[in-house]
Design a binder for this molecule. Structure first.
Ligand code: NAD
Length: 290
């Protein structure tokens, strides 16, 4: 069983750390919020008083933080985590951040580092069924596999540093545009007098089939577990989708590419968030489209 340092124990990191404990690993945790730390301590984690202390004497050190600036600051800035790690340690950042910062941090830490963002949301984090998309050296990935497998079901090694973040922004750009057009189609069906169930029964078995339709159907009824059935309580919050779309547009600009559908999706989700819907599930965009 491995010694693991874990920094960032919020909605995702908390349940991920608990799954590592369940798998028998020793976890030393740190979070700026005492309540987040107390929750994993109650599940059996040791607690550290600084991020650097959590990173020291660990074989694997994991961060699950909000954004790129937090990740840079934690590893290379005032929290000095990289300098505190043991020479043989493998560093894993599971946060969703911009590709450029992921590459900059990986190049600066002086240890093998993986960017390993996830999809699957808080439910996947609780259930240990996350998908990890991983960038970084193959040998570090091979060593980290059993650790990631304790928190997720699907692991994909996508390439060198930053490739995991690249996969994440591309995936979520596809998802956002698909959700918007799926919601538009349900609104059009309403206007044409076609029932939600009839459109679902056809599209879910036809060429328009998608995860947005069959797992997160934006109208109540056809998929009883979708957020539409609980007044769009997330699920996957609009604020997080808007953040990921912003990252996709930064990534596109960094290579001189325009992604017209991705840009439109970003504008629509940003407007939905600005209108006060940041904490609404992203399938709730159907309200704005109506
Ligand atoms: P969160 O805000 O619930 O948790 C972040 C935690 O990091 C907080 O507890 C905060 O106190 C802590 N933190 C911030 N700076 C710190 C520091 N310097 N040292 C120690 N702790 C620090 O966020 P979350 O929902 O857990 O998301 C984390 C990451 O996962 C984000 O990048 C997000 O985009 C990504 N993500 C979230 C979801 C989701 O559904 N919530 C799904 C996939 C990916």
């Amino acid at each position: 069983m491995a010694r693991i340092g874990f920094v960032g124990l919020g909605n995702m990191g908390g349940p991920m750390a608990r799954n590592l404990l369940k798998a028998g690993h020793q976890v030393t945790a740190f979070d700026l919020m005492p309540a987040a730390l107390a929750a994993v301590s109650a599940a059996g984690a040791a607690t550290a008083s600084t991020a650097a202390a959590a990173a020291s004497r660990a074989e694997f050190v994991i961060t699950m933080l909000p954004a790129g600036k937090h990740v840079r600051e934690a590893w290379l800035g005032s929290h000095a985590m990289a300098a505190a790690t043991e020479p043989g340690a493998i560093l894993i950042d599971c946060s969703t951040i911009d590709v450029a910062t992921a590459r900059e941090v990986a190049a600066g830490v002086g240890r093998p580092m993986l960017d390993a963002p996830v999809s699957g949301g808080t439910m996947g984090a609780e259930a240990g069924t996350l998908t990890f998309m991983v960038g970084g050296p193959a040998e570090a990935y091979a060593k980290a596999q059993p650790i990631l497998a304790a928190m997720g079901r699907t692991l994909v090694h996508c390439g060198e540093a930053g490739a995991g973040q690249a996969a994440k922004v591309c995936n979520n750009m596809m998802l956002a545009a698909t959700m918007i057009v799926t919601a538009e189609a349900f609104v059009l069906a309403e206007k044409l007098g076609l029932s939600h169930q009839a459109l679902f029964d056809v599209a879910s078995k036809s060429s328009a089939q998608s995860w947005a339709l069959t797992s997160y159907c934006p109208v109540p009824g056809p998929v009883p577990t979708s957020p539409a059935n609980r007044d769009y309580k997330p699920g996957f919050a609009t604020a997080l989708m808007a953040k990921d779309l912003g990252l996709s547009q930064e990534a596109a600009a960094s290579v001189g590419l325009t992604t017209p559908m991705g840009a439109k999706a970003q504008a629509l989700y940003q407007a939905f968030q600005d209108a006060g819907s940041g904490d609404v599930d992203f399938s709730g965009i159907i309200r704005a489209l109506r």
